[in-house]
Ligand binder design. Structure first.
Ligand SMILES: [Mn+2]
Length: 342
């Protein structure tokens, strides 16, 4: 179905080098990135199963955040170790494979690790802002999802696509493509997904679990966020701002704050070229999530770089510590004006 000739040249080039490091290793560490999405969790679990097929010991740590409740039926989820990167002993491992994490702070924001580590790091990612912080770096921004990169690697490595592996890969591809609607979705993405659904014909329930997992508190946060929207530059830029006090007043826990979902909803207004959801999750931390439907005009990964973030042209994010709410908002408004000539 997916002929090896269709595999991305960068993936083909790096696959043997990565495999050689894996073969040398005995105990391999994997992680989920902060506020993990299904591409992060699905790719970590799929890689764990693939490494075990190769006879390796592989450990997935949960990382900074709780796993969202909608992911409860991902195969292998119960084997994720509930620890952050700063809570493990690196000496227990001889290889770290970082997946779907554009920079060091996507590995952990608690005591953000400094690279190179004392063990070899392989970075596999599809975020164009990834500068390559590993000893070996495979960054392929044209791939829809990390799970698509893994599918191609597994094909080259002759991994048997078990139901556990196929389920995790499918769910990452499905969600990271916005259900096959983002521009990175190609014929190849769809044929990979079609092949995976041959192995996982009953994938519908997993999608329903993910898509129908909102909490009442999230709806409260959503309401506050949407009613706070302000527009700038003739409606070209729309910003939602939720200060910490509003969350505290309504007892909204950090797990129910999902700026990315608010930003994705704001993006559905075609008049708003660029949208940003800003939320202060505690007195010292501010999260931003930015989206656009016109990535060829408004590259939002460049906008998020002004506050230390990054991501894709159409969807990017940032986490800012130690700046005031007003300061951060001012920074992005000024930067949007100069970046996009608003
Ligand atoms: Mn991803």
């Amino acid at each position: 179905m997916n002929e090896p000739s269709e595999i991305s040249p960068i993936i083909k080039e790096k696959a043997p080098e990565i495999l050689a490091e894996i073969k040398k290793a005995k105990s391999i560490l994997l992680h989920c990135h902060p506020s993990p999405d299904p591409d992060s969790v699905g790719s970590a679990l799929a890689m764990k199963f693939a490494l075990e097929q190769m006879g390796k010991k592989a450990t997935v740590i949960r990382g900074d955040s709780e796993i969202p409740r909608g992911y409860k039926n991902f195969p292998g989820l119960n084997e994720i170790v509930p620890k952050r990167f700063d809570e493990i002993s690196l000496g227990d491992y001889d290889l770290f494979v970082s997946l779907d994490s554009a920079n060091e702070s996507q590995v952990s924001r608690y005591d953000t690790p400094k690279f190179p580590l004392k063990i070899i790091t392989i970075v596999i990612d599809h975020h164009p802002t990834n500068k390559g912080y590993g000893d070996i770096n495979l960054v392929e921004p044209s791939c829809s999802s990390l799970c698509q990169i893994l599918y191609e690697l597994f094909e080259l490595w002759k991994i048997n696509l078990t139901k556990e592996i196929a389920t995790n890969l499918f769910i990452g591809i499905y969600t990271d493509t916005g259900s096959f609607k983002y521009q990175q979705t190609t014929h190849k993405t769809l044929s990979i997904a079609a092949h995976l659904t041959e192995i996982v014909p009953d994938y519908h329930g997993l999608i329903a679990d993910i898509e129908n997992s909102n909490t009442p508190k999230f709806m409260t946060y959503d309401g506050i966020a949407l009613s706070s929207i302000e527009t700038f530059f003739n409606d070209k830029l729309a910003i939602s701002c939720v200060p910490w006090e509003s969350l505290k007043d309504k007892n909204i826990p950090e797990n129910d704050i999902r700026a990315s979902e608010v930003a994705s909803f704001m993006r559905t207004v075609p008049e708003w070229g660029v949208v940003i959801a800003i939320v202060q999750t505690n007195t010292s931390c501010i999260r931003l999530s930015s989206r656009t439907v016109h990535p060829e005009i408004y590259d939002v990964s460049k906008l998020m770089e002004c506050v230390g973030g990054g991501g894709h042209k159409a969807a990017a994010a940032a986490v800012v510590n130690g700046k005031s709410f007003g300061e951060v908002k001012e920074l992005v408004v000024v930067r949007a004006k100069e970046l996009y000539n608003l």
